[in-house]
Design a protein around this ligand. Structure first.
Ligand code: AMP
Ligand code: MG
Length: 430
């Protein structure tokens, strides 16, 4: 029997980072950038106003205050998206909106809240436009050069490294790429993962139950898990416990980057999947893992493609997926970060355990009074999906450990946010 850590190493050593391709900007989200991206222009491309206010010459405001304001003549209105038609002269101001380019001659912006518009003042100025006739503004404090101006290139200078290769593209990166005008992005391709359920007892979701049959849930749990870790899931449906059919379907699954089968890998008389793996020449890396649930799990390469023989029991296949399949998918996608966050939590109940295998217990973990607290979510039978659905974490208990008492610290693998106030509503299970 292979230990969990060893099994993970065997999996990770057997899969390779996939090739790169260019995708449309929106499709690059959550993918790994395959190339360094350098800024092809300054961002922002021109100096612009950070405020709604007035562009001016800072030295025109020397000594200005609320009690002794300096008065400037307003010569133009400038909205974002347009360029001033004239440059600014001494004693002049241009009304400017956030994001509008700084007019030539101006070296600062005063925010509108620090000014006072002089209404109804009619001072005759030679050559002024009709619109701004007699429009003046008082500035209520002294302004330093550069105030409220965003410099060209203050975000990124032309030629500067914008995003490093290997970065997972999130909303900020996709925004940066958009600013740089990069509409097609080189990324590591996401793996296509085929899912095949095996078992004579299995029905499709829309089939009526008849004695002896159950609906296949693994096609759906695994589909969800593949998507959650960024893979492309391809459901190959269900195949009965018929050797030749299993073989044909597994072979068709080898067209994808990875194949997951569920069921048929334990020691029952009709557990044919492992036999077929052998017939197809699988380079078997492991066939049993010292874990509970999930012991009957196989992994190897068939014609170079990674193939997981996951257990049929719904919770076992989910747990095994998260421990081995998800890390493999992440590696193939070029991702290096940890998959699921693991923290220490204080156990809220006693747990019985036989030494020998590593246990993964469905649990609800809460963050309270500065600590994580963990309690199991009910019956832990490997077919009981309900307690998985109630869980936000797995308690992980090492192979050698026996019984553990309430109050002891245990490692928990968070599958979701710890229980806490959510959207204003307290969620507790106990
Ligand atoms: P097996 O590994 O084939 O012996 O299956 C172990 C248990 O998991 C049996 O009770 C099966 O009925 C059940 N099982 C197998 N495949 C599925 C599936 N796709 N969906 C739900 N339960 C399954
Ligand atoms: Mg079966």
């Amino acid at each position: 029997m292979t230990k969990v850590e060893e099994a993970l190493t065997l999996v990770l050593d057997s899969v390779k980072v996939l090739d790169r391709k260019k995708v449309k900007l929106r499709d690059s989200l959550d993918k790994v950038l395959a190339e360094d991206i350098y800024a092809n222009s300054d961002i922002p491309p021109f100096p612009n106003s950070a405020m709604d206010g007035y562009a001016l010459i800072a030295s025109d405001t020397g000594g200005s205050s609320a009690t002794h304001p300096r008065r400037l003549r307003v010569v133009e209105d400038l909205r974002a998206g347009y360029v001033a038609t004239r440059s600014l002269g001494r004693g002049e101001a241009i009304r400017i909106m956030t994001g509008a380019p700084l007019p030539e001659g101006a070296d600062a912006v005063i925010m509108v809240e620090e000014t006072k518009k002089l209404e109804g003042l009619r001072l005759k100025v030679a050559g002024e436009s009709e619109k701004h006739k007699g429009e003046f503004v008082e500035v209520l404090r002294e302004i330093r050069p550069g105030e409220n101006i965003r410099r060209a290139g203050e975000d990124l200078r032309k030629g500067e490294l914008a995003i490093k290769e290997g970065k997972v593209i999130g909303p900020a990166e996709i925004g940066l790429l958009a600013s740089l005008g990069i509409g097609r992005v080189p990324v590591i391709r996401a793996p296509e993962v085929a899912i095949l359920a095996t078992g004579d007892e299995l029905l499709e979701v829309n089939e009526t139950l008849v004695p002896g049959k159950i609906r296949s849930s693994n096609n759906y749990t695994l589909y969800g898990q593949v998507l959650h870790c960024g893979g492309i899931a391809v459901d190959l449906g269900i195949v009965g416990d018929i050797r030749e059919e299993i073989k044909a379907r597994i072979e068709s699954g080898l067209d994808y980057d990875m194949l997951l089968t569920s069921g048929g890998v334990s020691v029952g008389d009709y557990d044919l999947v492992k036999d077929v793996f052998v017939e197809l020449g699988m380079e078997m890396r492991f066939r049993k893992v010292a874990m509970k649930p999930g012991k009957p799990s196989a992994f190897g390469l068939i014609r170079g493609k990674p193939v997981f023989g996951l257990p049929g029991n719904p919770v076992s296949s989910m747990v095994v997926f998260e421990q081995f399949v998800a890390p493999a998918i992440l590696k193939m996608s070029g991702k290096t970060g940890p998959h699921k966050l693991e923290v220490l939590a204080i156990l809220k109940e006693d747990i019985n355990k036989e030494p020998g295998r590593k246990y993964f217990l469905r649990a609800w973990v809460e963050f309270k009074d500065g600590c994580y607290w963990a309690k199991t979510t009910g019956p832990q039978g490997s077919g009981i999906l309900r307690s998985m659905s109630l869980a936000n974490a797995l308690i992980i208990i090492p192979e050698r450990t026996g019984e553990i008492k309430a109050g002891e610290k245990v490692r928990v693998q968070l599958w979701d946010y710890p229980g806490t106030e959510r959207i204003g509503k307290k969620i507790t299970l106990f």
